[in-house]
Design a protein around this ligand. Structure first.
Ligand code: ZN
Length: 177
């Protein structure tokens, strides 16, 4: 996982719970906590930090990852505003993620190990099929919520098929209200 993801996680914890909380989380995991945005760090390190955050905030992992995804969208948008500016609305943005957006990410970061999306347009619902060996579909959901907020779009997201239930992909249904 790229250092930028760790940087944003640190910002989220410090913003919501203060520097001391972040230092306590680092101390509990034994990590140094110095991350360079373009470098890669083990996924396990991110998951261990997230698990520790769950203990400190007393919430479950899915909640932490979902909140983080939403926050991550804002922070990535702040760092790279051109991505969102290329799209006029949420639907065209989401459809551009797999090719245009991830194509741009590949220029910025080496080997980012991105998930794949395929799409199906069902009128008021955009079906997004997600595959990633990381199985971070909850993070993807949080990112979509962040994107919806950014575009002022009113959507419902459901997740009827999930890799965590043994499927070979996750299905995220984004229904436009
Ligand atoms: Zn899933």
């Amino acid at each position: 996982m790229k250092g930028v993801i760790f940087n944003v996680l640190e910002e989220l914890v410090i913003e919501t719970s203060g520097m001391e909380a972040w230092n306590n989380i680092l101390a509990a995991t034994g990590y140094e906590g110095i991350y360079t945005s373009g470098d890669s760090y083990p996924d396990e390190e991110l998951f261990a930090l997230a698990a520790e955050i769950c203990k400190v905030l007393n919430v479950d992992l899915a909640t932490v990852i979902g909140i983080f995804g939403e926050y991550l969208f804002d922070q990535l948008d702040a760092r790279h505003p051109v991505f969102v500016q290329q799209s006029s609305d949420l639907r065209s943005f989401l459809v551009s993620v797999d090719t245009v957006i991830h194509g741009e990410v590949l220029k910025l970061y080496q080997n980012p190990n991105l998930p794949r999306f395929s799409y199906r347009d069902e009128g008021d619902t955009l079906v997004m099929n997600y595959t990633s060996e990381r199985k971070l579909c909850i993070l993807a959901e949080g990112l979509i919520r962040g994107a919806a907020k950014r575009f002022n779009a009113d959507v419902d997201i459901s997740h009827p098929v999930c890799m965590h239930d043994g499927a070979d992909h996750c299905q995220l249904n984004v229904r436009f209200k």
